[in-house]
Write a protein that binds this ligand. Structure first.
Ligand SMILES: NC(=O)c1ccc[n+]([C@@H]2O[C@H](COP(=O)([O-])OP(=O)(O)OC[C@H]3O[C@@H](n4cnc5c(N)ncnc54)[C@H](O)[C@@H]3O)[C@@H](O)[C@H]2O)c1
Ligand SMILES: O=C(O)C(=O)C[C@@H](O)[C@H](O)[C@H](O)COP(=O)(O)O
Ligand SMILES: [Zn+2]
Length: 358
């Protein structure tokens, strides 16, 4: 088992990464709980819920609730229903919520934990590759029809219990989605990290040694940034590389049409193109595009209105008075945030989307 400790301005928590942790995670908590509510989704329920409930058999009172799988569940209605269930179950401030699932569950259940009775303890138990990112750092949120994660909080978990055995069952699309965020961590970190990712083939079965290496490196990159700037006053914005357009695509296409990682991958490609135009530098745009194609990422986004995408980008959380702020790369490992005027974005987007269709 690997252990990393995240030390932020508000608290410290451990991220445990290992095989079979769903069978023994109680041993690793620094306190016990008499009341636990497990929140999971309809896919993870049939795979791992029973294991987790068995591990919790010594706890006095355990409840669980299941939401429909998919990004569409990360919304205000499901959130409110979960709060109602927590109230009806009699969960109190001394209880624990467990978010068992991918990033959708982590964000949703984390936001329930952040707001129920003004905050109860929660554990992140990630079950996707993508959730190496979402389970660390304490960003919790739900979507609004007008934009991704527009309602949320910074609320770190008590611990992250990452049982990598659960990754054996994730579908190919979710491997792609998760590796897009690892590629993001690599590009904002260093040329050598990207070089390693560029060599990874996402066909199943994945090389387990490489997978765990990549997950841990991704978590380390994220941890280092979050430790410096938990509430995104400055450097945490770098973790948003690819998300300005990525989030706009997710909302514009309809949540769940493209996975988060697929949309972010397109967003990274755009941010790299724009970086080259802005700084006159050379980035591995062609290599990244080739890696996306080889690994069957959907990269065509036809029939989208540039105006609608730009309006969404203006509502991004980094935006300042509707002026779009983009995370660009001066070089691999050197991200910066730049304000880009509307005409430049519009022209670049037009060119970019046309090029993708070819
Ligand atoms: N908070 C953050 O810092 C942060 C970071 C990145 C992404 N996110 C958010 O995370 C979400 C995406 O997370 P995700 O990609 O994990 O999506 P997800 O949680 O929707 O999971 C993807 C799919 O995989 C299924 N699944 C989960 N675990 C499985 C397993 N072990 N075996 C088989 N199927 C499994 C799910 O049921 C779902 O159908 C988005 O909402 C995104 O905005 C948040
Ligand atoms: O942790 C962060 O900070 C990130 O930006 C990580 C992103 O991968 C993640 O998708 C995050 O939820 C985006 O945050 P948002 O503030 O743009 O909603
Ligand atoms: Zn993301």
């Amino acid at each position: 088992m690997d252990k990393l400790t995240i030390q932020t301005s508000t608290n410290a928590y451990d991220v445990l990464v290992g095989g079979g942790l769903r069978h023994q995670f109680l041993d690793y908590l620094d306190q016990s709980y008499d009341d636990v509510l497990v929140i999971t989704d309809s896919n993870v329920e049939s795979l791992y819920l029973q294991d987790v409930l068995t591990t919790l058999s010594s706890v006095k009172r355990v409840n669980y609730t299941v939401v429909p799988a998919g990004e569409a569940s990360k919304n205000g209605r499901v959130y409110f229903d979960l709060l109602t269930e927590a109230i009806n179950m009699g969960l109190d401030r001394h209880g624990l919520i467990i978010a068992l699932g991918g990033g959708m569950i982590g964000d949703l259940a984390g936001f329930v934990a952040a707001t129920f009775m003004r905050g109860v303890d929660y554990l992140q138990m990630p079950t996707t590759i993508l959730a190496h990112d979402s389970s660390v750092g304490g960003k919790v949120a739900i979507n609004h029809p007008e934009g991704k994660n527009l309602i949320g909080s910074f609320y770190p978990p008590k611990a992250v219990i990452y049982d990598v055995e659960t990754l054996h069952t994730i579908p190919q699309t979710e491997i792609r989605s998760g590796y897009a965020e690892i590629a993001k961590h690599s590009m904002i970190h260093s040329p050598s990290f990207w070089t390693d990712i560029n060599q990874v083939s996402l066909e199943k079965p994945l090389n387990e040694t490489w997978l765990i290496r990549d997950l841990i490196r991704g978590i380390e990159v994220k941890a280092k940034i979050v430790e410096q700037d938990e509430r995104e006053a400055n450097v945490r914005q770098f973790l948003n590389f690819g998300h300005t357009l990525g989030h706009a695509l997710e909302a514009e296409l309809g949540y769940g049409v493209y996975t988060h990682g697929e949309a972010v991958a397109i967003g990274m490609l755009f941010a790299m193109e724009l970086s080259q135009q802005y700084f006159g530098n050379r980035l591995p745009v062609d290599a990244f595009l080739q890696w996306l194609k080889t690994n069957h990422y959907p990269i065509q986004v036809a029939n989208l209105s540039i105006t609608a995408l730009m309006n969404r980008m203006k509502r991004d959380k980094k935006a300042k008075q509707q002026r779009i702020q983009m995370v660009l790369l001066k070089e691999l490992g050197m991200p910066v945030v730049e304000e880009i005027d509307d005409v430049t974005i519009k022209d670049a987007l037009q060119l970019f989307l046309r090029k993708l269709v070819k």
